[in-house]
Each structure stands twice: as structure tokens, then as C-alpha cells.
Design a protein around this ligand. Structure first.
Ligand SMILES: Cc1cc2nc3c(=O)[nH]c(=O)nc-3n(C[C@H](O)[C@H](O)[C@H](O)COP(=O)(O)OP(=O)(O)OC[C@H]3O[C@@H](n4cnc5c(N)ncnc54)[C@H](O)[C@@H]3O)c2cc1C
Length: 532
């Protein structure tokens, strides 16, 4: 199995959770929630009940659409509730307490680019806010409406536009509709022997359009870390017309039109199609884990590795807390999970070279697994199960959430120490007890790394959201002070606006505002995200 790439299972007989991660059938039962909660002192003995749509007091939709659009639109309560929130911890908590954000009045499922254009036209005429929606896996408030300015809200669900329309085997690229979910995309590419090989942890429940709109990070830890790297051209429906860029392997013709829409988070247009660069499916794979006595020694090894030209596909560095939590090492070691892959050449030599380099910096290869799971498998299994466990702990009123950033190597040690210390202090102050603040490096570059932090603490029932918001604000303050990005790949959404506003240069902010006014003159596309 690929790192972060869940094994595909048939979707029949399974139901998507409207309030939590993934499939209802995969959620932890009450007894397992309670057992998990018992690991954190001070939590209640029983989980919050699984929320039911029937218990939500949904307002009557504030609008109806004209007859020609009616077949595209639903006001079904379950659909509306499922499209009200993303899948962050704070979304799950709000759903558990039956206090979701403003629920969209309608959910539309266009089947074609013309449908999208017609819906945007109608929204512009009526002032209806439009929230483009792919898999709804946003963890930054990207798919919820906050505010009062718009008389009605439409969630624009793209998942019916889910086809690979064309494959160019010669250039190794494909024209793909934006609403395709990860597994369905890979299923369509497999007969051609090709793969996009972009596997964010949310792969199973997120779409190509969502990845492009948020500049998602995949499982590649080096080189092709973001989906941007696989993007050849884009087709975007904006309120003033379709923006379609040429297919090019590279171009120096002025600022890139694709760069304008990559990361635009549904504020400038709806990504309906993209030509994506593909790869042959890898057949050579090798992985290993290396144990280090300290995070500092391991980070230095990873820096040298990132600058070596070896380009491991996987290069996850788990600090001692993260390694212990995931079961990758129980002895207090820091763990480096390494993986190489290629469609063309054996990779054993590259892995041996990387392990040798790690040894030079104080690492020792983890023992081969004998019957029990090795460090690599343990980490991978924990990685895939984590979102379900997060929901289980949320039901116990635990606080469990992640945030991520990036900075250059020269600043990494100070950033790592400051974030851990100040976030831990905030947890203690807010909850009155110690919590866990663990870290892993998810992506590494020759000039820096992307640390990804996990916070686990005991919350107080009914106050979980306020507690997490205070902890997160403290953590974001440290990032801003260290000039580390407010997000390496989770996007800006509504939650990261303060940090984003601080990070982006003022002339750029004004230019982006002008672009928004030009492309979306009625201001209906995802208001409050990035701008406004
Ligand atoms: C458990 C979990 C694990 C995650 N792991 C990763 C990870 O490994 N890497 C990573 O980068 N992110 C990760 N995320 C965050 C999230 O999955 C990504 O942001 C993802 O790219 C969102 O895709 P989506 O299709 O779900 O988009 P949505 O959540 O539906 O939308 C996200 C944003 O994109 C906009 N949008 C969606 N589709 C379109 C479109 N076609 N045109 C224009 N705008 C659009 C929306 O309006 C919104 O602003 C994770 C989230 C969860 C809950």
C-alpha cells in the first residue's frame, strides 16, 4: 500500500458520515470511544451521542431556483446538513453539539460546465453566496458560510463531474473533471497503466478540484510535494466567463494564469477541468525506518538528505511523542520513515545510500519486523486510522487537532521548540492539565521543512470549541512571530485568515482584491475566504 493511500473498498452498503470523517461503518463504536477517552484523565465516561440530522432545527430554504435549474438542486435536510461544514475538529465538535454553521439553503450538483455557468449566473442575479464543494474535507472552514451579507447560500457540489475525459499517452497527461474523488480518478487511470500519484491523507474523500483549489500536499515528501507540480493546464468557470489555459510543459509567458487559480479556494471561479501530468505506475519500492536519539540529530540528517539529490518519495520524521503515539517506536526514539519508488529502476541502492547517510548522523536502522508490525507499517496504519480516532476522542470531549507550517532549515530548531513549548503552555492554561504536542516533518525541501503538529488534550464538555480556538490562536501567534507560513498545505479558508492577512504582502493583497472584483463582480464566490 502507498503511504497515505487507503486500500480501495467497494462503496456499496456503506454510508458517508454527515458529521464526521469517512464511512459511518468505520466509526469507532461507543465502547471503543470510551476506552480511548479513558487514556486521557478527566474526560467524561460516556461519549456524546452520534448527532442526527433530524435533531437539527434547519430553517426553511430562503430561495428557490428557476425551473430549468431545479433538476440540479436539492433542499434535502441530510444533504444540506452534510454540506454545512468541513471535516476539521471544530466542525466535528459543532456537529456533535448540534450547532453547525449556517446550513446552505440549497445543494446543487451540476453535471456539466454549462450547468456551473448557469448556476453562477443565477447566483449573481440573486446575490446568493456560492460555496464550491468537492469532497468537503476542508479543515480550515473553507466550505461553510459565515456572515449575514447574502440572502441565501448555495453549496455547489462538483462530484457529479467525475470523469477522465481524455488520456494523452504520448505526453503522459489526462484531461480530468474537477469533481472526481481520489479513488475514482485512480481507477480510471489504471487501465492506461498511469497514475496521478497524488495521495493526501484525505485521498479517499477529496477531489481533484479541491486539491487544485487548495494547493494540496500529497504523500511525496520531496520534489513533487504539491498538486501544483502535476498541473499542466486548468479550465475554470468564473462569473464573467471561462478561463482556459493552454497545455504546456512549461512557459515563461508572463505571470502564470494557472498560478492565479491554484490555491484560489473557490473565490475566483470553479475549476471544472484540468489537464494533469501523470506517471507510470511504480513497480520498484523499498522502505525502511531509522531511529535517532533526538529530534535535533534526526532533523540534521533529514536536512542533509533533502540536499543530497536522493529524493525519497517518503521522508517522514516523527518526533518521540509522535513515534510513540503512532506505535512506530516505544523506546523514546525519534523515527525517520523512508521510502523510495520508481517505475523504471530498482531503488534499493537509493535506500541504502539514504540509510547510510542517516547512520552518519547518529541514526540506527530499526530492527526488521518479526511477526509484529515494523515502524513503517505501524506509522502507516495509525496515519490512516487517525481521522476516525479523532472523531472518537471528540465524542469523549477530548481536544485533538493538527496544524502545519513550513520554514527554512536555519529557523527550524527554534520554531520547533517555540511551537511545542508555547502550545503546550496554552493547553495547560486553557484546560488546566498537561496535553500532548507532537510533531512530524511531512515534507522536506533543500532549503527547509514542513513541520506538522498534533495536539491532544482533555477538553471540558461544552467548552471544547472555545478551548481549541484559544490553543490554536496561541499556536498561530508563534508561527507568525517566526515568519513561518500559516499553512503549508491545509489552505487558508476562513480559519487562517488572520495569519494569511499578516503573511501576504500588502501590494499583493490589493492586487488579489482587484482580481476578485474583476472575476466575481457580485462577490458571490466563497465570501470570506482569502478576501472580504
Ligand atoms: C483527515 C484529513 C486529512 C487531510 N490530509 C490532507 C493532506 O494530506 N494534504 C492536504 O493538502 N490536505 C489534507 N487535508 C485537507 C483537505 O483534504 C484538502 O484541503 C483537500 O484538498 C480538499 O479537497 P476537497 O475536494 O475535499 O475540497 P473541499 O473541502 O470541498 O473544498 C476545499 C476548498 O476548495 C474549494 N473548492 C473545492 N472544489 C473546488 C472546485 N472544483 N473549484 C474551485 N474551488 C473548489 C472550496 O470552496 C473550498 O474553499 C486533510 C483533511 C482531513 C479531514
Amino acid at each position: 500500500m502507498d503511504e497515505g493511500h487507503p486500500k480501495e473498498q467497494p462503496a456499496e452498503h456503506r454510508t458517508r458520515s454527515w458529521w464526521g470523517w469517512g464511512w459511518c461503518e468505520e466509526a469507532l463504536p461507543d465502547a471503543e470511544c470510551a476506552a480511548l477517552g479513558a487514556l486521557l484523565p478527566g474526560l467524561p465516561a460516556d461519549p456524546l451521542p452520534v448527532p442526527r440530522v433530524a435533531d437539527l432545527d434547519l430553517p426553511v430554504p430562503a430561495v428557490t431556483v428557476p425551473a430549468p435549474l431545479a433538476p440540479l438542486v436539492t433542499a434535502d435536510p441530510a444533504d444540506r446538513a452534510a454540506h454545512a461544514l468541513g471535516k476539521a475538529y471544530r466542525d466535528v465538535v459543532r456537529a456533535l453539539h448540534r450547532t453547525p454553521a449556517r446550513v446552505p439553503d440549497l445543494v446543487a450538483r451540476p453535471r456539466s460546465e454549462q450547468d456551473v455557468a448557469d448556476l453562477l449566473d443565477w447566483a449573481g442575479r440573486t446575490g446568493t453566496a456560492v460555496i464550491p464543494y468537492g469532497g468537503g474535507s476542508s479543515v480550515v472552514g473553507g466550505v461553510e458560510y459565515r456572515g449575514e451579507a447574502h440572502p441565501a447560500v448555495l453549496s455547489l457540489d462538483l462530484t457529479r463531474m467525475d470523469q477522465v475525459l481524455e488520456v494523452d499517452r504520448v505526453s503522459r497527461a489526462a484531461r480530468v473533471q474537477g469533481g472526481v474523488l481520489g479513488p475514482h480518478l485512480e481507477r480510471q487511470l489504471r487501465p492506461h497503466g498511469l497514475t496521478l500519484r497524488h495521495f493526501p491523507q484525505s485521498f479517499e474523500f477529496s477531489t481533484l478540484g479541491g486539491w487544485l483549489a487548495t494547493r494540496a500536499g500529497g504523500h511525496y515528501a520531496t520534489l513533487h510535494t504539491h498538486v501544483d507540480d502535476f498541473t499542466e493546464s486548468l479550465r475554470v468557470v468564473t462569473p464573467i466567463g471561462v478561463n482556459s489555459s493552454w497545455r504546456l510543459p512549461g512557459s515563461g509567458a508572463g505571470p502564470s494564469p494557472d498560478r492565479l487559480f491554484l490555491g484560489s479556494e473557490g473565490t475566483l471561479g470553479v475549476i471544472t477541468e484540468a489537464w494533469m501530468r501523470l506517471q507510470d505506475r511504480p513497480v520498484h519500492k523499498a522502505s525502511a525506518a531509522v531511529l535517532f536519539p533526538s529530534f535535533e540529530a534526526a532533523a540534521e540528517a533529514v536536512r542533509v538528505l533533502a540536499q543530497s539529490g536522493l529524493h525519497p518519495a517518503n521522508c517522514r520524521l516523527l518526533d518521540r511523542g509522535e513515534a510513540a503515539f503512532s506505535g512506530a517506536a516505544a523506546d523514546g526514539s525519534t523515527v525517520l520513515v523512508l521510502g523510495f519508488e520508481s517505475a523504471h529502476t530498482p531503488v534499493g541502492g537509493s535506500l541504502a545510500a539514504a540509510v547510510s547517510l542517516a547512520r552518519d548522523h547518529g541514526g540506527r536502522p530499526a530492527p526488521e519486523p518479526a511477526g509484529a508490525r515494523g515502524a513503517v507499517d505501524s506509522w502507516r496504519a495509525a496515519f490512516l486510522r487517525m481521522p476516525y480516532q479523532r472523531d472518537a476522542l471528540a465524542r469523549m470531549s477530548g481536544i485533538v487537532e493538527t496544524f502545519e507550517t513550513a520554514c527554512t532549515w536555519d529557523r527550524l530548531p527554534a520554531l520547533y521548540e517555540a511551537v511545542r513549548a508555547e502550545t503546550a503552555a496554552a493547553v495547560k492554561e486553557v484546560t488546566g492539565a498537561e496535553g500532548l504536542v507532537n510533531c512530524r516533518l511531512t515534507h522536506v525541501y533543500p532549503d527547509g521543512a514542513a513541520p506538522y503538529f498534533t495536539v491532544i488534550a482533555a477538553g471540558r464538555r461544552g467548552a471544547e470549541l472555545r478551548m481549541w480556538d484559544e490553543v490554536k490562536a496561541a499556536a498561530m501567534e508563534v508561527l507568525g512571530r517566526h515568519r513561518a507560513t500559516v499553512t503549508h498545505h491545509h489552505a487558508v479558508g476562513r480559519d487562517h485568515r488572520p495569519g494569511y492577512d499578516r503573511q501576504r504582502p500588502e501590494p499583493f493583497a490589493r492586487a488579489l482584491g482587484a482580481v476578485k472584483s474583476a472575476l466575481d463582480p457580485q462577490g458571490v464566490l466563497n465570501p470570506g475566504v482569502l478576501l472580504g
